[in-house]
Design a protein around this ligand. Structure first.
Ligand SMILES: *Cc1c(COP(=O)(O)O)cnc(C)c1O
Length: 221
C-alpha cells in the first residue's frame, strides 16, 4: 500500500530544498509503484537486480529506476539498458563494467559513488580518500560511457542525531571537494543522503536527493 497522504506531505516538505525524492519500492509489489505514479512519483529505488528487472515490466515505462543496493559486476548487464542512476558504485571494477555495458547499449550510464560514512563495519563503499583519488584516475577519462554524477551515503543506524549530523556534514564537504575535482563539475550535482528515519537531518546538511521507503510504502517484511 502506498501512503498518498504521507507522500503529499513529504513533497510539500521538500519544496524549499529542491531535492529529488526517490521512492524506495524494494520488496513491495508493482501495484504499489503504480499507485505512487498516479500521485505523480516517477523515481523509484530498488536494491535487487532480479526484482528491478521483473517489476519494471509490470509498471509504466515512464518510471525511472535507481539502483541503490550493492551491485555485482556480473549483473550490470541485466539493468544496463533500463537503469536511470546507479547509486551504489563502490569499486573501480564495477565502474569499468558499467562503462562496458553502457557502451554495448549505446548509452552513458549515470552513477553515484557510494561513500562509507557510518560507524558500522561494512564491506561496501569507498573511504573518503578513495572517492577523491578515484576522480583523479587517468583511466576514468577513458570511461566514456559512465558519468559520475555525485555521491551517495548512509549514516549510522543510531538514535544519536549528533553523530548522524556529523556524518552527513562530512559527506557534504566531501561532495563539494569532489565536485571541484570532477572532470565535469556541472554534471557532478547529486548528493544522495537521507532515508525515512534521518532525511530531515540530511536535507539540513545539504542533501539534494533522499531515498524514502518505509515512510511511503510501510514497513518491509
Ligand atoms: C532500503 C533503503 C532505503 C530506504 O530505507 P527506509 O528506511 O525504508 O526509508 C534507502 N537507501 C538504501 C540504500 C536502502 O537500501
Amino acid at each position: 500500500m502506498f501512503n498518498a497522504k504521507a507522500y503529499q506531505g513529504l513533497i510539500k516538505e521538500l519544496e524549499p530544498y529542491k531535492a529529488t525524492l526517490v521512492a524506495v519500492s524494494k520488496k513491495k509489489p508493482a501495484d504499489d509503484v503504480t499507485e505512487a505514479m498516479v500521485e505523480g512519483q516517477m523515481d523509484f529505488g530498488e536494491n535487487y537486480v532480479q526484482e528491478l528487472v521483473e517489476k519494471k515490466d509490470l509498471v509504466s515505462r515512464m518510471a525511472r529506476w535507481h539502483f541503490i543496493g550493492h551491485l555485482q559486476s556480473n549483473k550490470v548487464k541485466m539493468i544496463a539498458s533500463c537503469v536511470h542512476l546507479i547509486q551504489g558504485v563502490d569499486s573501480v571494477k564495477l565502474l569499468s563494467e558499467i562503462n562496458k555495458e553502457g557502451k554495448k547499449n549505446g548509452r552513458i550510464i549515470d552513477c553515484l559513488l557510494q561513500v562509507h560514512i557510518a560507524s558500522e563495519e561494512t564491506k561496501f563503499g569507498f573511504s573518503e580518500a578513495e572517492a577523491e583519488s578515484l576522480l583523479l584516475f587517468p583511466e576514468l577519462a577513458e570511461m566514456t560511457h559512465v558519468r559520475i554524477r555525485g555521491l551517495m551515503g548512509m549514516a549510522s543506524l543510531t538514535e544519536d542525531t549528533v553523530q548522524v549530523r556529523k556524518e552527513f556534514h562530512g559527506l557534504h564537504s566531501l561532495y563539494l571537494n569532489c565536485k571541484m575535482m570532477s572532470m565535469d563539475p556541472e554534471a557532478f550535482n547529486v548528493l544522495s543522503m537521507g532515508m525515512s528515519g534521518d532525511y530531515r537531518i540530511a536535507l539540513d546538511c545539504g542533501s539534494n536527493m533522499i531515498r524514502i521507503g518505509s515512510m511511503l510504502f510501510g514497513v518491509r517484511s
